[in-house]
Design a protein around this ligand. Structure first.
Ligand SMILES: *Cc1c(COP(=O)(O)O)cnc(C)c1O
Length: 385
């Protein structure tokens, strides 16, 4: 039997699930240029508008002049340069922890931390709606893998109580990437503490965005001191690239010794780390970015609800519109594109069957008039249906 690739591709196309990358002919920002046309961009994760910020770009350029482009090796060989060290210290301070450790991507950070902490004989418990990288990490770890109902701390407590595993690790998204709602960290921590389990939060969509200083979900919910493992990414709110894990001295030393996705890969370019230090400082200090986001979120939710669209229980910049069928989500996305608005349709397997949606994301780079244009287009699309 051969690899019948064409049949698999044809089947995916027939189910309206075929995906392809669109070439962006410009930087990530308020406007996206695709196929020679400008669109208002409502699908990036650049929530604070820092991806192409002039000061962040200048820091990147200056660091490239000083440090070159490639780090040349993994952190433990000779790739750990001063900007990496400085950024780790800044991230530890920002997240209120003793230490932080850089990874080249969020996907790798999740693989690295989960496989270093649990293995055969242990158990990993994950929210059903966790990001794919957390789910993959759990499977790869070899620990017993359990999923619990979305944001259901009671269900988790039951599973933990029934488990006789050695070490028990619970992993959740801080802000769920396709829904925009936050994990209820206090009840989850109650369940973990009662069962001698550890909680890990993947705050890819919370860091920079939540809490008055952008310190993320754990600070916003007032539980930072209780949380053993915090993971954040740099490619979303902070607008650069890469990720980190923050926690105790012992946690970080354990990751340095045992995280294969930390050990066996080239360190990110020092210029990315240097640029991130500037974007982190801006994210913390420039509260107007979060204030503007909050105003845009209110405006969008109010307008979309008045039009009768089904929103989700989200107070974050991720504001999905529930559609249901894949083909309907694609049709709505296309109708918006005709009117110059870029909003991607998210379909299974990224979301559960029958829950296709338009994932609208707002950014501090947007203006109020941009949200009004989106609402106008949603009104027109609705009338046409
Ligand atoms: C984007 C994302 C990741 C992956 O981070 P990258 O740096 O893009 O690899 C991990 N977890 C969540 C919840 C994410 O949304």
């Amino acid at each position: 039997m051969g690899f019948d690739l064409r049949a698999r591709l044809d089947e995916r196309r027939a189910r309206h699930r075929y995906r392809h990358p669109r070439v962006q002919d410009g930087p990530c920002g308020r406007v996206a240029r695709v196929d020679g046309r400008d669109y208002l961009n409502f699908c990036s994760n650049d929530y604070l508008g820092l991806a192409a910020d002039a000061e962040v770009v200048a820091a990147f350029r200056a660091a490239a002049d000083q440090w070159g482009v490639g780090s040349g090796a993994s952190h433990l060989v000779c790739g750990h340069q001063r900007p990496h060290q400085d950024l780790e210290e800044a991230l530890a301070a920002h997240t209120g922890r003793s230490r932080a450790l850089l990874f080249s991507t969020g996907y790798m950070a999740n693989l690295g931390v989960i496989t270093a902490l649990v293995g055969r004989g242990d158990a990993i418990f994950e929210d059903r709606l966790n990001h794919a990288s957390l789910l993959d990490a759990g499977l790869l770890s070899g620990a017993r893998f359990r999923r619990f109902a979305h944001n259901d701390a009671g269900a988790l407590a039951g599973q933990l109580a029934r488990s006789d595993a050695g070490r028990k690790l619970v992993a959740v998204d801080g802000v769920f990437s396709m829904d925009g709602d936050q994990a209820p960290l206090a009840p989850l921590l109650d369940a973990c503490e009662a069962a001698d389990a550890w909680l890990m939060v993947d705050d890819a969509h919370g860091l920079g965005v939540l809490d008055g200083q952008g310190r993320g979900t754990a600070f916003a919910q007032g539980v930072n001191e209780r949380l053993p493992v915090y993971m954040g990414t740099l490619g979303k709110g902070l607008g650069t690239s890469g990720a980190f894990v923050a926690g105790s001295e012992e946690l970080i030393e354990t990751l340095i010794q045992f995280s294969r996705s930390y050990i066996y890969t080239t360190a990110m370019p020092a210029a990315v780390a240097a640029a991130t230090r500037v974007s982190l400082a801006k994210a913390a200090a420039e509260t107007w970015r979060r204030d503007r986001l909050a105003a845009l979120i209110r405006r969008f939710r109010h307008g979309a609800a008045e039009l009768g669209y089904a929103l989700m229980a989200s107070d974050t910049p991720i504001q999905p519109i529930r559609v249901g069928e894949d083909a309907d989500a694609l049709a709505l996305s296309r109708a918006l594109a005709e009117r110059g608005l870029l909003v991607t349709a998210i379909r299974p397997p990224t979301v559960p069957e029958g829950q296709a949606r338009l994932r609208v994301t707002l950014s501090a780079a947007h203006e109020e008039g941009d949200v009004d244009r989106l609402l106008d287009a949603l009104e027109t699309a609705k009338c046409r249906n």
